[in-house]
Design a protein around this ligand. Structure first.
Ligand code: NAD
Length: 356
Protein backbone atom coordinates (compact mmCIF):
# COMPACT_ATOMS: atom_id res chain seq x y z
CA UNK A 1 0.00 0.00 0.00
CA UNK A 2 1.00 3.61 -0.55
CA UNK A 3 0.09 6.12 2.15
CA UNK A 4 0.17 9.87 1.60
CA UNK A 5 1.19 11.83 4.67
CA UNK A 6 1.06 15.60 5.01
CA UNK A 7 3.97 16.64 7.23
CA UNK A 8 3.58 19.90 9.12
CA UNK A 9 7.07 20.22 10.60
CA UNK A 10 6.20 23.61 12.10
CA UNK A 11 8.53 25.62 14.29
CA UNK A 12 11.23 25.21 16.95
CA UNK A 13 12.11 21.52 17.33
CA UNK A 14 9.30 20.57 14.90
CA UNK A 15 11.62 19.95 11.89
CA UNK A 16 14.03 17.78 13.96
CA UNK A 17 11.36 15.51 15.44
CA UNK A 18 9.26 15.13 12.29
CA UNK A 19 12.43 14.23 10.38
CA UNK A 20 13.04 11.44 12.92
CA UNK A 21 9.47 10.17 12.58
CA UNK A 22 9.66 10.13 8.77
CA UNK A 23 12.84 8.05 8.96
CA UNK A 24 11.00 5.58 11.17
CA UNK A 25 8.10 5.34 8.70
CA UNK A 26 10.56 4.77 5.85
CA UNK A 27 12.16 1.93 7.80
CA UNK A 28 8.70 0.47 8.54
CA UNK A 29 7.90 0.75 4.82
CA UNK A 30 10.96 -1.22 3.76
CA UNK A 31 10.36 -3.87 6.43
CA UNK A 32 6.63 -4.38 5.76
CA UNK A 33 6.42 -3.55 2.04
CA UNK A 34 4.55 -0.24 2.24
CA UNK A 35 5.34 3.13 0.70
CA UNK A 36 4.95 6.33 2.68
CA UNK A 37 4.91 9.47 0.56
CA UNK A 38 5.54 12.68 2.45
CA UNK A 39 4.30 16.09 1.41
CA UNK A 40 5.80 18.99 3.36
CA UNK A 41 3.18 21.51 4.50
CA UNK A 42 3.84 25.06 5.71
CA UNK A 43 1.82 26.06 8.77
CA UNK A 44 2.26 28.00 12.01
CA UNK A 45 5.13 30.45 12.40
CA UNK A 46 6.86 29.13 9.27
CA UNK A 47 3.75 29.99 7.20
CA UNK A 48 3.43 33.39 8.88
CA UNK A 49 6.98 34.20 7.84
CA UNK A 50 6.42 33.03 4.27
CA UNK A 51 2.83 34.13 3.59
CA UNK A 52 1.64 36.27 6.52
CA UNK A 53 -1.05 33.74 7.60
CA UNK A 54 -0.77 30.72 9.93
CA UNK A 55 -2.54 28.31 7.57
CA UNK A 56 -2.47 29.17 3.84
CA UNK A 57 -5.31 27.65 1.80
CA UNK A 58 -2.85 25.45 -0.06
CA UNK A 59 -1.60 23.99 3.24
CA UNK A 60 -5.15 23.15 4.34
CA UNK A 61 -5.79 21.52 0.95
CA UNK A 62 -2.66 19.39 1.33
CA UNK A 63 -3.87 18.21 4.76
CA UNK A 64 -7.37 17.49 3.45
CA UNK A 65 -6.03 15.38 0.58
CA UNK A 66 -3.59 13.33 2.67
CA UNK A 67 -4.33 9.96 4.29
CA UNK A 68 -3.12 11.47 7.56
CA UNK A 69 -1.27 14.46 8.95
CA UNK A 70 1.97 14.32 10.95
CA UNK A 71 2.55 17.47 12.99
CA UNK A 72 5.68 18.54 14.86
CA UNK A 73 4.67 21.65 16.78
CA UNK A 74 3.99 25.30 16.03
CA UNK A 75 4.69 28.57 17.78
CA UNK A 76 7.49 30.45 19.41
CA UNK A 77 8.39 33.83 20.94
CA UNK A 78 8.82 35.43 17.52
CA UNK A 79 5.07 35.27 16.91
CA UNK A 80 3.84 35.72 20.51
CA UNK A 81 2.75 39.33 20.11
CA UNK A 82 0.57 38.79 17.02
CA UNK A 83 -3.21 39.23 17.40
CA UNK A 84 -5.24 36.08 18.16
CA UNK A 85 -6.34 35.32 14.60
CA UNK A 86 -2.71 35.37 13.42
CA UNK A 87 -1.23 33.20 16.20
CA UNK A 88 0.56 30.07 14.91
CA UNK A 89 -1.78 27.86 17.03
CA UNK A 90 -4.68 29.03 14.83
CA UNK A 91 -3.33 26.65 12.18
CA UNK A 92 -3.93 23.64 14.44
CA UNK A 93 -7.45 24.67 15.39
CA UNK A 94 -8.28 25.21 11.71
CA UNK A 95 -6.88 21.82 10.64
CA UNK A 96 -8.80 20.04 13.45
CA UNK A 97 -12.02 21.84 12.55
CA UNK A 98 -11.75 21.45 8.77
CA UNK A 99 -10.84 17.76 9.01
CA UNK A 100 -13.60 17.13 11.58
CA UNK A 101 -11.15 15.71 14.11
CA UNK A 102 -13.49 15.33 17.10
CA UNK A 103 -11.65 12.63 19.08
CA UNK A 104 -8.34 13.29 20.78
CA UNK A 105 -6.53 10.19 22.03
CA UNK A 106 -3.73 10.65 24.52
CA UNK A 107 -2.03 7.55 25.85
CA UNK A 108 -0.19 7.94 29.14
CA UNK A 109 1.97 4.95 29.92
CA UNK A 110 4.61 4.60 32.59
CA UNK A 111 7.61 2.74 31.19
CA UNK A 112 9.07 0.61 34.02
CA UNK A 113 12.57 1.69 32.98
CA UNK A 114 11.60 5.36 33.55
CA UNK A 115 9.82 4.97 36.88
CA UNK A 116 12.30 7.19 38.64
CA UNK A 117 11.30 10.08 36.34
CA UNK A 118 7.67 9.95 37.56
CA UNK A 119 6.55 12.28 40.36
CA UNK A 120 4.46 9.39 41.78
CA UNK A 121 5.34 7.77 45.12
CA UNK A 122 7.52 4.69 44.51
CA UNK A 123 4.90 2.07 45.47
CA UNK A 124 2.33 3.66 43.14
CA UNK A 125 4.85 3.95 40.31
CA UNK A 126 5.83 0.29 40.88
CA UNK A 127 2.27 -0.75 40.02
CA UNK A 128 2.70 1.04 36.66
CA UNK A 129 -0.13 2.29 34.46
CA UNK A 130 -1.18 2.25 30.82
CA UNK A 131 -4.08 4.63 30.18
CA UNK A 132 -5.60 6.17 27.07
CA UNK A 133 -7.63 9.32 27.60
CA UNK A 134 -10.22 9.93 24.88
CA UNK A 135 -11.06 13.61 24.93
CA UNK A 136 -13.93 15.14 22.94
CA UNK A 137 -12.23 17.81 20.84
CA UNK A 138 -14.73 19.92 18.90
CA UNK A 139 -17.59 20.59 21.36
CA UNK A 140 -18.34 21.56 24.96
CA UNK A 141 -17.14 24.65 26.78
CA UNK A 142 -14.45 25.59 24.24
CA UNK A 143 -17.00 25.98 21.47
CA UNK A 144 -20.20 27.08 23.31
CA UNK A 145 -21.43 30.68 23.43
CA UNK A 146 -19.16 32.93 25.48
CA UNK A 147 -18.91 36.62 26.09
CA UNK A 148 -19.15 39.51 28.50
CA UNK A 149 -21.99 41.73 29.59
CA UNK A 150 -22.55 44.52 32.06
CA UNK A 151 -24.17 43.84 35.42
CA UNK A 152 -24.79 45.88 38.59
CA UNK A 153 -21.70 44.15 40.04
CA UNK A 154 -19.46 45.15 37.13
CA UNK A 155 -18.73 43.16 34.00
CA UNK A 156 -19.85 39.54 33.84
CA UNK A 157 -18.18 36.90 31.69
CA UNK A 158 -19.65 33.55 30.68
CA UNK A 159 -18.70 30.38 28.84
CA UNK A 160 -21.24 27.67 28.04
CA UNK A 161 -20.91 23.90 28.09
CA UNK A 162 -23.14 22.45 25.36
CA UNK A 163 -23.19 18.83 24.19
CA UNK A 164 -25.61 17.08 21.86
CA UNK A 165 -26.48 13.39 21.94
CA UNK A 166 -24.80 13.01 18.54
CA UNK A 167 -21.53 14.49 19.80
CA UNK A 168 -21.54 12.30 22.91
CA UNK A 169 -22.46 9.14 21.01
CA UNK A 170 -19.68 9.44 18.47
CA UNK A 171 -16.95 10.07 21.06
CA UNK A 172 -18.32 7.26 23.23
CA UNK A 173 -18.12 4.84 20.30
CA UNK A 174 -14.47 5.75 19.68
CA UNK A 175 -13.74 5.03 23.35
CA UNK A 176 -15.68 1.75 23.49
CA UNK A 177 -13.98 0.49 20.31
CA UNK A 178 -10.59 1.40 21.70
CA UNK A 179 -11.37 -0.38 24.98
CA UNK A 180 -12.40 -3.49 23.02
CA UNK A 181 -8.85 -3.72 21.68
CA UNK A 182 -7.28 -3.23 25.14
CA UNK A 183 -8.27 -4.34 28.66
CA UNK A 184 -12.02 -3.82 27.93
CA UNK A 185 -12.51 -1.26 30.71
CA UNK A 186 -13.96 2.19 30.06
CA UNK A 187 -14.35 4.91 32.68
CA UNK A 188 -16.56 7.85 31.68
CA UNK A 189 -15.70 11.01 33.60
CA UNK A 190 -18.22 13.78 34.15
CA UNK A 191 -19.71 16.11 36.78
CA UNK A 192 -23.21 14.64 36.69
CA UNK A 193 -23.93 15.59 40.31
CA UNK A 194 -23.95 19.28 39.29
CA UNK A 195 -24.05 19.79 35.51
CA UNK A 196 -27.01 19.05 33.23
CA UNK A 197 -24.65 18.59 30.27
CA UNK A 198 -22.89 15.87 32.29
CA UNK A 199 -26.19 14.13 33.03
CA UNK A 200 -26.93 13.94 29.30
CA UNK A 201 -23.33 12.75 28.80
CA UNK A 202 -23.78 9.93 31.35
CA UNK A 203 -27.22 8.82 30.03
CA UNK A 204 -25.91 8.74 26.48
CA UNK A 205 -22.70 6.85 27.27
CA UNK A 206 -24.77 4.22 29.13
CA UNK A 207 -27.16 3.85 26.19
CA UNK A 208 -24.21 3.38 23.78
CA UNK A 209 -22.76 0.79 26.21
CA UNK A 210 -25.51 -1.65 25.22
CA UNK A 211 -23.72 -2.07 21.86
CA UNK A 212 -20.46 -3.03 23.62
CA UNK A 213 -21.41 -5.71 26.18
CA UNK A 214 -17.82 -6.95 26.35
CA UNK A 215 -16.60 -3.60 27.79
CA UNK A 216 -17.00 -2.90 31.53
CA UNK A 217 -18.24 0.69 31.85
CA UNK A 218 -17.89 2.76 35.01
CA UNK A 219 -18.55 6.43 35.82
CA UNK A 220 -16.45 8.77 37.90
CA UNK A 221 -16.90 12.40 38.90
CA UNK A 222 -14.10 14.59 37.58
CA UNK A 223 -12.94 15.81 41.00
CA UNK A 224 -12.55 12.22 42.20
CA UNK A 225 -10.84 11.29 38.90
CA UNK A 226 -8.19 13.97 39.46
CA UNK A 227 -7.39 12.33 42.81
CA UNK A 228 -7.60 8.75 41.58
CA UNK A 229 -5.11 9.49 38.79
CA UNK A 230 -2.38 10.27 41.31
CA UNK A 231 -3.52 7.79 43.98
CA UNK A 232 -4.24 4.69 41.91
CA UNK A 233 -3.64 5.24 38.17
CA UNK A 234 -3.32 1.47 37.61
CA UNK A 235 -7.13 1.12 37.91
CA UNK A 236 -7.71 2.90 34.57
CA UNK A 237 -7.64 1.48 31.04
CA UNK A 238 -9.56 3.82 28.71
CA UNK A 239 -11.07 7.10 29.94
CA UNK A 240 -13.62 9.10 27.96
CA UNK A 241 -14.48 12.66 28.86
CA UNK A 242 -15.44 16.12 27.63
CA UNK A 243 -13.21 18.68 25.97
CA UNK A 244 -12.62 20.72 29.15
CA UNK A 245 -12.16 17.82 31.59
CA UNK A 246 -10.02 15.94 29.07
CA UNK A 247 -7.74 18.92 28.58
CA UNK A 248 -6.97 19.08 32.28
CA UNK A 249 -6.86 15.36 33.11
CA UNK A 250 -4.67 14.44 30.13
CA UNK A 251 -2.04 16.98 31.19
CA UNK A 252 -2.18 15.58 34.72
CA UNK A 253 -1.78 12.02 33.42
CA UNK A 254 1.07 12.97 31.09
CA UNK A 255 3.06 14.49 33.94
CA UNK A 256 2.82 11.18 35.82
CA UNK A 257 4.82 9.42 33.09
CA UNK A 258 7.92 11.54 33.69
CA UNK A 259 8.62 13.46 30.50
CA UNK A 260 6.60 15.43 28.03
CA UNK A 261 9.08 14.30 25.35
CA UNK A 262 7.67 10.75 25.45
CA UNK A 263 3.96 11.24 24.89
CA UNK A 264 2.19 10.94 21.52
CA UNK A 265 -1.36 11.87 20.57
CA UNK A 266 -3.90 11.29 17.82
CA UNK A 267 -6.84 13.41 16.72
CA UNK A 268 -9.37 11.40 14.71
CA UNK A 269 -12.48 12.08 12.65
CA UNK A 270 -15.34 9.91 11.36
CA UNK A 271 -13.30 8.40 8.53
CA UNK A 272 -10.33 7.40 10.73
CA UNK A 273 -8.04 9.87 9.03
CA UNK A 274 -6.15 11.67 11.70
CA UNK A 275 -3.62 14.20 12.79
CA UNK A 276 -0.78 12.75 14.85
CA UNK A 277 1.48 14.85 17.01
CA UNK A 278 3.54 14.82 20.20
CA UNK A 279 1.74 16.45 23.11
CA UNK A 280 4.57 18.91 23.68
CA UNK A 281 5.11 22.26 21.99
CA UNK A 282 7.87 23.62 19.79
CA UNK A 283 10.39 23.92 22.67
CA UNK A 284 12.15 27.00 21.26
CA UNK A 285 14.58 26.90 24.21
CA UNK A 286 16.26 23.76 22.82
CA UNK A 287 15.58 24.08 19.07
CA UNK A 288 18.45 23.31 16.72
CA UNK A 289 20.73 21.93 19.44
CA UNK A 290 20.01 18.21 19.05
CA UNK A 291 18.44 18.20 22.52
CA UNK A 292 14.91 17.27 21.43
CA UNK A 293 13.59 13.87 22.41
CA UNK A 294 12.08 12.38 19.21
CA UNK A 295 10.22 9.57 21.01
CA UNK A 296 6.84 11.34 21.40
CA UNK A 297 6.74 11.98 17.65
CA UNK A 298 7.95 8.48 16.79
CA UNK A 299 5.23 7.01 19.02
CA UNK A 300 2.75 9.34 17.27
CA UNK A 301 3.50 7.64 13.95
CA UNK A 302 3.03 4.29 15.70
CA UNK A 303 -0.47 5.52 16.56
CA UNK A 304 -0.94 6.57 12.92
CA UNK A 305 0.02 3.08 11.75
CA UNK A 306 -2.38 1.45 14.22
CA UNK A 307 -5.39 3.75 14.11
CA UNK A 308 -5.51 5.25 10.61
CA UNK A 309 -3.75 2.59 8.52
CA UNK A 310 -4.72 -0.52 10.55
CA UNK A 311 -1.10 -1.75 10.50
CA UNK A 312 -1.02 -3.18 14.01
CA UNK A 313 2.12 -5.28 13.45
CA UNK A 314 4.08 -2.27 12.25
CA UNK A 315 2.80 -0.18 15.17
CA UNK A 316 3.82 -2.91 17.62
CA UNK A 317 7.27 -3.02 15.99
CA UNK A 318 7.82 0.72 16.44
CA UNK A 319 6.60 0.70 20.05
CA UNK A 320 8.72 -2.37 20.79
CA UNK A 321 11.82 -0.73 19.29
CA UNK A 322 11.33 2.36 21.49
CA UNK A 323 10.90 0.19 24.60
CA UNK A 324 14.02 -1.83 23.85
CA UNK A 325 16.12 1.28 23.29
CA UNK A 326 14.95 2.73 26.61
CA UNK A 327 15.60 -0.61 28.27
CA UNK A 328 19.15 -0.56 26.90
CA UNK A 329 19.69 2.60 28.94
CA UNK A 330 19.88 5.11 26.07
CA UNK A 331 18.52 8.48 27.15
CA UNK A 332 17.99 11.89 25.63
CA UNK A 333 18.88 14.84 27.86
CA UNK A 334 15.31 15.37 29.15
CA UNK A 335 15.18 11.87 30.70
CA UNK A 336 18.87 11.44 31.58
CA UNK A 337 18.69 13.03 35.06
CA UNK A 338 22.17 14.46 34.65
CA UNK A 339 23.60 11.15 33.39
CA UNK A 340 24.99 10.43 29.91
CA UNK A 341 22.69 11.23 27.03
CA UNK A 342 22.47 10.99 23.24
CA UNK A 343 21.20 13.63 20.86
CA UNK A 344 18.01 13.54 18.81
CA UNK A 345 19.68 12.07 15.71
CA UNK A 346 21.46 9.31 17.68
CA UNK A 347 18.29 8.32 19.57
CA UNK A 348 16.55 8.05 16.20
CA UNK A 349 19.39 5.89 14.81
CA UNK A 350 19.16 3.56 17.82
CA UNK A 351 15.41 3.12 17.26
CA UNK A 352 15.98 2.54 13.51
CA UNK A 353 18.60 -0.13 14.33
CA UNK A 354 16.09 -1.89 16.59
CA UNK A 355 13.53 -1.76 13.77
CA UNK A 356 15.83 -3.20 11.14
P1 NAD B 1 6.89 23.09 25.24
O1 NAD B 1 6.16 21.80 25.34
O2 NAD B 1 7.35 23.51 23.91
O3 NAD B 1 8.17 23.05 26.22
C1 NAD B 1 8.05 22.86 27.63
C2 NAD B 1 9.40 22.35 28.17
O4 NAD B 1 9.56 20.99 27.75
C3 NAD B 1 10.61 23.11 27.62
O5 NAD B 1 11.58 23.17 28.62
C4 NAD B 1 11.11 22.24 26.48
O6 NAD B 1 12.48 22.36 26.23
C5 NAD B 1 10.75 20.85 26.98
N1 NAD B 1 10.44 19.94 25.86
C6 NAD B 1 9.32 19.95 25.10
N2 NAD B 1 9.39 19.00 24.17
C7 NAD B 1 10.55 18.36 24.36
C8 NAD B 1 11.19 17.28 23.70
N3 NAD B 1 10.63 16.62 22.66
N4 NAD B 1 12.40 16.89 24.15
C9 NAD B 1 12.98 17.50 25.18
N5 NAD B 1 12.42 18.52 25.86
C10 NAD B 1 11.22 18.95 25.44
O7 NAD B 1 5.91 24.19 25.88
P2 NAD B 1 6.09 25.78 25.97
O8 NAD B 1 7.50 26.13 26.25
O9 NAD B 1 5.03 26.23 26.89
O10 NAD B 1 5.70 26.31 24.52
C11 NAD B 1 6.64 26.62 23.50
C12 NAD B 1 5.89 27.00 22.24
O11 NAD B 1 5.17 25.86 21.77
C13 NAD B 1 4.84 28.10 22.46
O12 NAD B 1 4.88 28.96 21.36
C14 NAD B 1 3.53 27.36 22.52
O13 NAD B 1 2.45 28.15 22.10
C15 NAD B 1 3.80 26.23 21.54
N6 NAD B 1 2.97 25.03 21.73
C16 NAD B 1 2.60 24.36 20.60
C17 NAD B 1 1.89 23.21 20.70
C18 NAD B 1 1.53 22.48 19.43
O14 NAD B 1 2.01 22.85 18.38
N7 NAD B 1 0.74 21.44 19.50
C19 NAD B 1 1.54 22.68 21.95
C20 NAD B 1 1.97 23.37 23.09
C21 NAD B 1 2.69 24.56 22.98
Amino acid sequence: MTYHIAVVAGDGIGPEITQAAQQVLERVGSRYGHTFQFEQVLAGGAALDAFGVPLPEESLRQCQQADSVLLGAVGGPKWDTLPGHLRPERALLAIRKELGLFANLRPAKLYPQLKEASPLRADIADAGFDIVIVRELTGGMYFGPSGRKDSPDGQQAYDTEIYSVKEIERIARVAFELAQGRAKKLCSIDKANVLESSRLWRETVHRVAADYPDVALSDMLVDNAAMQLVGNPAQFDVIVTSNLFGDILSDEASKLTGSIGLLPSASLGEDKRGMYEPIHGSAPDIAGQGLANPIATILSVAMMLRLSFRLADAADAVEGAVQRVLLSGARTADIAHGGPWVNCARMTELILEELA
